[in-house]
Design a binder for this molecule. Structure first.
Ligand SMILES: C[S@@+](CC[C@H](N)C(=O)[O-])C[C@H]1O[C@@H](n2cnc3c(N)ncnc32)[C@H](O)[C@@H]1O
Length: 257
């Protein structure tokens, strides 16, 4: 589904999403304990700075909403507070998926385990074509698969390599919703709440709402909040028809009556 198309009529009777512009940890702290059914996220990890330095990652487009060429980086030193809060807000028997590169994986995995998560394995997102770079040009990313308590995957026949073409000329480090769609289908049920505290262009939110789940997320970047709001509004006709509200004003949206 493209960004402007509308979901089919039989989609959801009660579509709902929340979008915030708070810092990821501050936003998680504001969520109730054991309130989230699935967390899928893609932090702006420190090692992205290296890809930026050699020009291998897309920059933010200039717009009225953003004068930055790049988004803020989330320091590795903040992983302990991020995972502690993620563990607290997740319900018992749930999953956490963390997109990251080979370098960040070795830092994030022990920190998540210290917070209480069980690490299962890295999944591989195979982007099908090579990217830029110099030494073994990048074709994959990892998605670390963690568990709080014990939850069975919905389909035990799904492979640990997810093959989906990369997004070209999108938001920096944008992920295709088709990748998150597999994680959503595997680790949540219809009507459950999926969260992403580094939502970027909202790809996790799109995957969640397309699959009949609810979505809540945040991003420090105003352009990310605007873009996510625009994409998710396609699933919420009431919000989409409310002409009095500008996307930039919608730090929080609840489409339920
Ligand atoms: C790698 S991008 C996420 C891309 C997203 N998965 C997508 O498909 O578009 C990381 C995002 O984290 C945001 N970010 C950086 N530091 C943050 C923080 N402390 N709290 C919340 N968001 C933050 C950035 O603005 C950026 O949009």
């Amino acid at each position: 589904m493209n960004r402007t198309s509308r979901p089919s009529e039989d989609f959801l009777t009660d579509p709902v999403f929340h979008v915030s512009s708070l810092d990821a940890v501050a936003w998680l702290r504001a969520q109730a304990s054991e309130s989230v059914d699935l967390l899928i996220t893609d932090p702006a990890y420190e090692s992205l700075e290296k890809h930026r330095a050699i020009g291998t990652t897309t920059r933010l487009k200039h717009s009225k909403a953003s004068s930055n060429d790049w988004f803020a980086v989330f320091p590795n030193a903040r992983f302990p507070e991020l995972f502690a809060e993620a563990f607290r807000v997740l319900k018992r028997n749930t999953h956490l998926y963390l997109f990251c590169d080979a370098e960040t994986m070795f830092i994030a995995k022990p920190e998540a385990e210290r917070a209480g998560f069980r690490f299962w394995k890295p999944l591989v997102w195979d982007k099908k074509t090579i990217g830029m770079g110099y030494h073994y040009r990048a074709r994959y990313e990892f998605i670390l698969f963690f568990e709080k308590g014990k939850r069975r995957l919905n389909d035990l026949g799904v492979a640990d390599v997810i093959t989906v073409p990369r997004v070209h000329r999108g938001y920096p480090a944008e992920k295709p919703p088709a990748v998150s769609a597999i994680l959503v289908e595997q680790s949540s049920a219809r009507g459950e709440l999926v969260a992403d505290p580094f939502m970027g262009s909202g790809s996790v939110g799109v995957a969640a709402l397309e699959a009949g789940r609810r979505f809540t997320g945040t991003d420090l970047n105003p352009e990310a909040v605007r873009l996510t709001t625009e994409r998710l509004r396609a699933f919420a006709p009431d919000a989409a028809n409310d002409a009095r509200r500008e996307p930039e004003q919608l730090g929080f949206i609840d489409t339920r009556p």
